[in-house]
Design a protein around this ligand. Structure first.
Ligand code: AMP
Length: 464
């Protein structure tokens, strides 16, 4: 769970990257960083915290050069501290290099162990650093060749940006798990995890970087390589369900349109008689609107979100402790009192949010609470860059829908099926081929894992 942004050949490279990262902030809130380059070197700033807290005019002025890459981070591999903030920069025998990575390498540990056995010293615990070591060790002549030979060795998910003194390289793994798009501002190329960043910096969208594509951008040209064996793409379906911003255009569709379609399918599959439909904001909003449109029920705001909950919030020592979800959400008494409510969220992970919301609505006088989820039960962890807890913490891995309903205290609980997702995504006029990874719901992982990786979870899968 990270966002990346880059720009080549623009006099305001740092400022535009700052804006791009701001638009991608939903993809990671732990740390952020920008590295710029000109002919005399790299200029870098990265810290823990939000983009708007880390960068100011003064800092941005110091980031010189007409090309830059940036990163916002939410750790899925490697701990959360500043050494792990990206972009990650090094100086090696063949020059300077910085890298920003969204994804998870499934064979990072195997390669890291191998390299450490030969004496390599790692500065961080991120799997991204493995890529840097492999590039430095490569005997190929040019950076682009070294990057391509490195990418042949790594497995898993990556959308990558690499910056050197004279070029930017953008790459996407052969399955295309994570998004990556390219656009233009005048003569400058911009690359971003999501198109919502292009809208902010007024870049023109060109296209997705294709799964398995490596793009080489230099002063005089842009060149595309397709160096890997072609496989059927496996875009992450959870980007549509929860992670991406609704206003982004991704994998050939607008995220908001897909979310509404998921809500419509959810209504077709699970509807019960009720008075109103309410979302759990913000993540359930798109699906709740689709649900309301399908059923003709009024869409209401029954829960209001406080957008200013920082991770630094300190609860009082005694008396009213453990605010939990109340810090973030509160019920609107007039909307929910005496109503039979359909409450829609995008997913249930541990089920703590859901059960607290059911209680909150009941305390405000709801007559019935029917919990609806615009995705199937999340029963398997993600190894491709979404932060999911281990399988034992995923309530759906060990409990049936009826048991989860009883635990949450709702009147009924309904999930969307995998078939429902397929119908929602295929809600396009042309013929549609389902190119998505839904391993978090189905347990069907597109790639093999190296021995030892996620062993605990894998054993659990086999026992099932
Ligand atoms: P839980 O209380 O663990 O069931 O959390 C469910 C809520 O977390 C849902 O409202 C989702 O919108 C949200 N959610 C789902 N996946 C993630 C994730 N990987 N990281 C953070 N939040 C998530």
């Amino acid at each position: 769970m990270c966002g990346i942004f880059g720009i080549f050949n623009h006099s305001e490279a740092a400022n535009i990257t700052y804006l791009g990262l701001h638009a991608l902030q939903h993809r990671g809130q732990e740390s952020a960083g920008i590295i710029c380059s000109d002919s005399s070197g790299f200029y870098s700033h990265k810290e823990m915290g939000l983009v708007s807290d880390i960068f100011n005019e003064e800092v941005l002025k110091g980031l010189k050069g007409n090309r830059a890459i940036g990163h916002v981070r939410y750790s899925t591999a490697g701990a959360s501290y500043v050494q792990n903030a990206q972009p990650f920069a090094v100086e090696y025998a063949k020059g300077r290099l910085a890298i920003a990575h969204n994804g998870n390498l499934t064979n990072a540990k195997v390669i890291r162990d191998e390299l450490q056995n030969f004496g390599s010293i790692f500065q961080s615990t991120m799997d991204t650093e493995v890529i840097v070591h492999l590039i430095a060790l490569s005997h190929e002549n040019s950076t682009i060749e070294r990057v391509i030979s490195t990418l042949h060795r790594v497995e898993g998910s990556y959308s990558l940006l690499i910056l050197t003194d004279k070029e930017i390289i953008a790459a996407r793994d052969p399955y295309g798990f994570r998004p990556l798009v390219i656009g233009k501002i005048g003569d400058s190329f911009v690359i971003s995890s999501e198109t919502c960043a292009f809208d902010l910096v007024q870049a023109e969208y060109i296209r997705e970087i294709a799964p398995g594509e490596v793009l080489h951008i230099t002063q005089d040209r842009i060149k595309s390589y397709m160096p890997f064996k072609k496989v059927k793409p496996k875009h992450c379906v959870f980007e549509y369900i929860y992670f991406a911003r609704p206003d982004s255009y991704m994998f050939g569709r607008t995220v908001y349109t897909v979310r509404k379609a998921l809500g419509r399918e959810l209504a077709k599959e699970t509807h019960v008689d009720a008075d109103i439909v309410i979302p759990i904001p913000d993540s359930g909003a798109g699906a709740a609107i689709g649900y309301a449109q399908e059923t003709g029920l009024p869409f209401e705001l029954g829960l209001i979100r406080n957008h200013y909950v920082g991770r630094t919030f300190i609860e009082p020592r005694d008396s009213i402790r453990h605010f939990g979800v109340k810090l973030k959400l509160n019920a609107v008494h007039d909307t929910v009192k005496d109503k039979r409510i359909i409450v829609v969220d995008d997913s249930i992970v541990r089920s703590t949010t859901g059960s607290k919301i059911v209680k909150m609505l009941q305390q405000q006088g709801a007559k019935e609470v029917h919990f609806r989820v615009s995705s199937p039960p999340t029963a398997f962890p993600c190894f491709y860059g979404i932060d999911t807890p281990s399988r034992s913490q995923l309530i759906a891995s060990s409990h049936s829908t009826d048991e989860i309903n009883t635990f949450m205290g709702s009147d009924t609980l309904g999930y969307l099926s995998i078939d429902g997702i397929k119908k929602a995504i295929g809600d396009k006029e042309d013929e549609f081929d389902y190119d998505f990874c839904d391993a978090c719901f189905s347990g069907s992982y597109p790639s093999k894992f190296p021995l030892g990786m996620g062993l605990e979870q894998m054993e659990l899968f086999q026992k099932k």
